[in-house]
Ligand binder design. Structure first.
Ligand code: IVH
Length: 673
């Protein structure tokens, strides 16, 4: 090799290292250090050099991520240490059973048993083999002993390093990394929308989409799919020392692998239970699908001591979340009349537990949805309940049909008030046209007292129903004229309860403006728009008199919403109720204007390095919410450079321009945290 060639090779190696590092910052840490343009420059230079000197192209070059020519079949790969499966615990008791067994088998005192708790991802298990820091092979789990060689496909996934980072940890001679390839929920939905447009078959769920994308003979297809990998464990390793699972996870992180931040080293079962409950609470908000948590004994020596039984380790357990889907039978289909008169078909179900809650009704949304899914009375269906969302029918299990199922026809008359039911042109919903429909009034009342609105504690649907039936109330304002003897007329009412309800009604007399606007039940005005209207118009009086033009001038208010607001305040009946509310003692508030001076207002920030308590996007959002701006490069006009761990060149630039730099703690003080 000539000296020139030697220099070129060195430059290529340097570029690969740099690009690899910036890839990690961008894809794994979500915290880039350089601009996209700077990244592109490095990448282009590497492409150029490799084009001129093809003999220096190596399989671990970042230019080799784009996919290779299709294969005719996958080769098989034996796993040197079998990839085991996990035993399940379906309840807290079953988890405690697992712990009891662990205690007995390990023979150590309870205090010595620590667990790591992490997410149980719903994707495809894979293994990556790194030799001397370079990705040598990637495979599927297969039957646990032998998998398929999907190296070319895995190389297209950006969160899989082609070479391990040397900056923080000693690179091992050999390391087998285990983890899960997943597709995020949002990317899954996007992909399916695109496939629908192209009339391609849809994927049933993110797991199938991920598995289908990874097991492609043409790696270019894999490259076109938005996949991630989370590393959750190791197989064989040589040339390093690791004593526990938590150490291994930290080590993987240091090597540039993507380790999910939701994991915890737990000192006892209580901490595990707490982790389980916390994750269950945020499950819906996570962008990746999970079906539980995985609890692993932390100490490798103890793991080894208690070993495995029939292909599952005895030191780990998958503690699953309650299933969010179940099958059941549609006993009947009825309609529900909403507060705006919307007539919604509802499936009355044979009661079934879904996600830990008994479900006996599921919305069918509207006639078109019901027809599209072809739900009929007596059908066996798959129902789903996600978080606080109303249960819905996912699909009909058509193989269970007997021929006795009945198609439901939308009613022509409202089953409650007998008025005509209409479906306007271009609308998906049917509406009851009765202006005094008791069903609508009931729903409206219920909305008025509900949590995001006036928040009258203890006044549930059943009680309101009785009050309306007994004609104690006809509209929301009547609530403020109720006396104790009125409430005592309700079934099963006691002294104390009546007083509590009166107290709650009284307490609701001083609402803040957004809650009051929301409570009015103006069509198309949800909690978010109610807050915007409150901030913009400052009082009901002011909002009441606005023209449609004035209303549409507000950001986020379109002509349809403006029309609803205008119509609401130009309806005699509504104005009367407003007057009556006032007479009943309800205070009509003004919006409190925040006078607190904001230290971030109009200030320009530049971020560099990784932050501990926030992702880059979170920090950006905080700054912007407080009226500041985030810029990508440092200039004289920058007010603050927020410096995290391993800052980049921006810190040098800030110093040379004498721009004020702050660290994460100072930033927290600034934002009042
Ligand atoms: S550890 C011996 N950790 O669950 C330990 N597995 O039934 C075996 N999985 O196919 C795996 N998230 O793909 C482990 N945080 C996690 C996991 C996880 C998902 C999957 C894995 C495997 C199955 C085991």
């Amino acid at each position: 090799m000539s000296k020139d060639e030697g220099d070129i090779k060195k430059r290529i190696e340097k570029l690969k290292d740099q690009i690899n590092y910036h890839n990690y910052r961008y894809y794994v840490l979500d915290s880039p250090e350089i601009s996209d343009a700077e990244y592109d420059r490095l990448f282009d230079e590497l492409v150029e050099l490799e084009k001129k000197h093809p003999k220096f192209v190596t399989p671990d070059s970042p230019t080799q991520r784009v996919g290779a020519p299709p294969l005719t079949e996958f080769k098989t790969v034996p796993h040197s240490i079998p990839m085991l499966s996990l035993n399940k615990a379906l309840t807290g008791d079953e988890f405690l059973d697992f712990h009891r067994r662990v205690k007995e088998l390990s023979g150590v005192s309870e205090k010595k048993i620590e667990y790591t708790a992490e997410l149980k991802f719903d994707g495809l298990a894979v293994e990556l083999v790194y030799r001397n820091g370079k990705l040598a092979q990637g495979s599927t789990r297969g039957d646990g002993f032998i998998g398929e060689d999907i190296t070319l496909n895995l190389k297209t996934i950006k969160t899989i390093p082609l070479r391990l980072l040397k900056r923080k940890a000693k690179v091992p001679d050999l390391l087998e990394v285990r983890g899960e390839v997943i597709m995020s929920k949002s990317e899954f939905e996007k992909l399916n929308r695109e496939r629908e447009k192209k009339e391609e078959p849809l994927f049933a769920n993110p797991r199938n989409a991920a598995a289908g994308s990874v097991r492609q003979l043409d790696s270019k297809i894999t490259a076109s799919r938005p996949l991630y990998m989370y590393a959750y464990g190791i197989g064989r390793f040589e040339g390093i020392k690791l004593n526990s699972h938590s150490e291994a996870l930290q080590y993987l992180k240091d090597l540039g692998l993507n380790v999910n931040p939701h994991q915890k080293l737990c000192k006892n079962t209580l901490e595990v239970i707490e982790f389980y409950q916390n994750i269950l609470k945020i499950r819906e908000k996570l962008d990746c699908e999970i079906d539980g948590i995985v609890v692993k004994m932390n100490d490798f020596k103890l793991q080894e001591k208690i070993g495995e039984l029939s292909r599952s380790p005895r030191w780990a357990v998958a503690w699953k979340f309650p299933a969010q889907q179940q099958t059941t039978v549609v006993e009947d289909i009825r309609v529900n009349i909403g507060r705006t008169g919307a007539v919604t078909p509802v499936a009355i179900l044979r009661a079934v537990r879904v996600g830990g809650v008994v479900v006996s009704r599921a919305t069918l949304h509207n006639e078109d949805e019901m027809r599209k899914k072809d739900v009929r009375i007596k059908d066996t269906v798959l129902v789903q309940r996600a978080g606080d969302v109303i249960p819905e029918v996912v699909k009909v299990i058509t193989s269970k049909r007997t021929g006795k199922e009945k198609v439901f026809k939308m009613p022509e008359r409202c089953p409650v008030c007998g008025s005509k039911v209409e479906r306007l042109l271009g609308e998906a919903v049917h509406r009851c046209t009765g202006i005094a429909c008791p069903a609508q009034i009931k729903e409206n009342m219920y909305h008025f007292v509900s949590k995001g609105a006036m928040n009258v504690d203890g006044l549930g649907f059943k009680l309101l129903e009785q009050m309306l039936d007994k004609e104690l109330i006809k509209d929301p304002a009547d609530l403020y004229f109720l006396k104790k003897e009125d409430i005592m007329k309700m079934d099963r009412m006691g002294d104390k309860l009546a007083e509590n309800i009166l107290g709650a009604i009284k307490k609701s007399k001083k609402p803040d403006l957004p809650h009051l606007i929301y409570a009015l039940g103006i069509r198309n005005v949800g909690e978010h728009l109610a807050t915007i209207l409150a901030k913009e118009f400052n009082s009901i009086n002011n909002l009441k008199n606005k023209t449609k033009e004035k209303l549409t001038a507000v950001r986020e208010i379109g002509p349809i919403v403006a029309e609803s607001i205008y119509n609401f305040f130009h309806d005699e009946k509504n104005l009367k109720v407003l007057e009556k509310l006032k007479k009943g003692g309800l205070k009509f508030p003004k919006m409190k204007v925040e006078v607190k001076k904001n230290p971030l207002s109009k200030k320009t920030f530049v971020l560099t390095g990784a932050l501990e308590s926030f992702t880059r996007d979170e920090a950006k959002k905080i700054i912007e919410d407080m009226g500041g701006r985030v810029s990508s490069s440092v200039s004289k006009n920058t007010d603050f450079v927020l410096v995290g761990k391993e800052p980049g060149s921006k810190l040098d630039k800030a110093k040379s321009l004498k721009v004020k730099t702050i660290d994460e703690n100072e930033f927290k003080k600034l934002i009042g945290k």
